[in-house]
Design a protein around this ligand. Structure first.
Ligand code: FAD
Length: 326
């Protein structure tokens, strides 16, 4: 079994995604434990190879660059076929459990005829096994899964393995796709970008999230103000409010929304239903504001504020602004 690890360097629209650097960081955990190297594989339209240096700066010993016009959009069939064709040289494949990664990992595993450990939040590496923690049953339990097959295929929860500056060679090598990318049966012809000015929920270190306790859509302004005061925060929401049209569905966090693990998650007027917790329970620090001291969100929270969210949010925003100005 090879000690080397292949990391999926996710890109979109010609840019490297944070998910790429997180996959490299997780791959480094395996490679460092086994004395192996990390190779990142990067797909995109011609020119994508310019990002090889950034992958090298974050821990990739080598970067396999697969350029083709048909990789301008996600092309899971040809991507998975090319990765699977390379796996004979690697002991493990790691990608982020992003929407794209969730599409790629099972395809690679199926082609290699090995199992996949999805959405891992921790990893322990043995000489011939990898043990991961996988939140199961909407986060109600934490399952421990041990992969003994080679290669091990693992997707890691966004935010669980943070990108690290870790200069490696990052030498780029051009690779030919294993399958003709323009002959894929499924073709993505267009990707509609969301609000480009908005920080992506999967990439934001801070998320301020609102629920029905905000009473009406207009009061989300208070959530937006707090997020703006942080400067590096995204706004999230519960399904109750996205279903009511207070926020777009793309803001929804939870079992049927986005899975997030920011450094700081501030839940404003959110009860803490199991389906919501499933999407944010692995955040590093959780702060909850709720007027009901028995609200289930307080069981998941590191810090709790019992009170009216409409009164507390402006005070918090003012304090964050003050702290930022110092
Ligand atoms: P509520 O449960 O109504 O809670 C509002 C909270 O605000 C209460 O705790 C209340 O005490 C507090 N409050 C009220 N007024 C104030 C005030 N002035 N100040 C402070 N606090 C106040 N939900 C998700 O979020 N994401 C999902 O992905 C998701 N998927 C689902 C999938 C399925 C199959 C199902 C059945 C449900 C799903 N849900 C999901 C819905 C989930 O069960 C809850 O209904 C939802 O999360 C509740 O949203 P909420 O906390 O905003 O509202």
């Amino acid at each position: 079994m090879s000690n080397n690890v292949l990391a999926f360097a996710e890109s979109r629209g010609g840019d490297l995604r944070r998910a790429a650097l997180e996959a490299v960081a997780a791959a480094r955990v395996i490679a460092d434990a086994r004395g192996g190297s990390v190779h990142a594989i990067l797909f995109g339209a011609p020119g994508i190879g310019q990002h090889a240096a950034k992958l090298g700066a974050h821990g990739a010993d080598a970067v396999l660059v697969v350029e083709h016009a048909a990789f301008a959009h996600n092309n899971p069939e040809a991507v998975a076929a090319t990765i699977a064709a390379k796996m004979g040289a690697y002991g493990a494949f790691v990608c982020a459990a992003s929407a794209t990664g969730k599409d790629i990992a099972p395809r690679v595993a199926a082609k290699c005829q090995v199992p996949v450990a999805a959405d891992a939040t921790t990893m322990t590496v043995g000489a011939s096994s990898i043990t991961v923690t996988h939140p199961g049953y909407t986060g109600k339990i934490l399952q421990t899964l041990t992969l003994t097959a080679s290669p091990a295929v693992v997707s890691v929860r966004p935010g669980a393995f943070l990108p690290k500056e870790n200069a490696k060679a990052g030498t780029a090598e051009a690779v030919t796709p294993a399958a003709d990318p323009s002959a894929s049966r499924v073709r993505v012809t267009e990707t509609a970008a969301g609000n480009a000015a908005k920080l992506d929920l999967g990439e934001a270190p801070v998320i301020v999230s609102g629920g029905r306790g905000l009473k009406e859509a207009a009061n989300f302004k208070l959530v937006e103000d707090l997020a703006a005061a942080f400067g590096n925060a995204a706004v999230g929401a519960t399904r109750a409010v996205t279903d009511d049209g207070w926020r777009p569905h793309s803001d929804q966090i939870g079992q049927t929304g986005r899975l997030v693990s920011p450094d700081l998650y501030i839940a404003c007027g959110i009860s803490g239903a199991i389906q919501h917790l499933a999407g944010m329970r692995t955040s590093k620090t959780i702060v909850a504001i709720n007027k009901d001291k028995e609200a289930p969100i307080f069981k998941a929270a590191d810090y709790g504020i019992v009170g009216d969210v409409l009164e507390i949010l402006p005070v918090l925003t003012a304090e964050v602004k003050k702290a930022k100005a110092q």
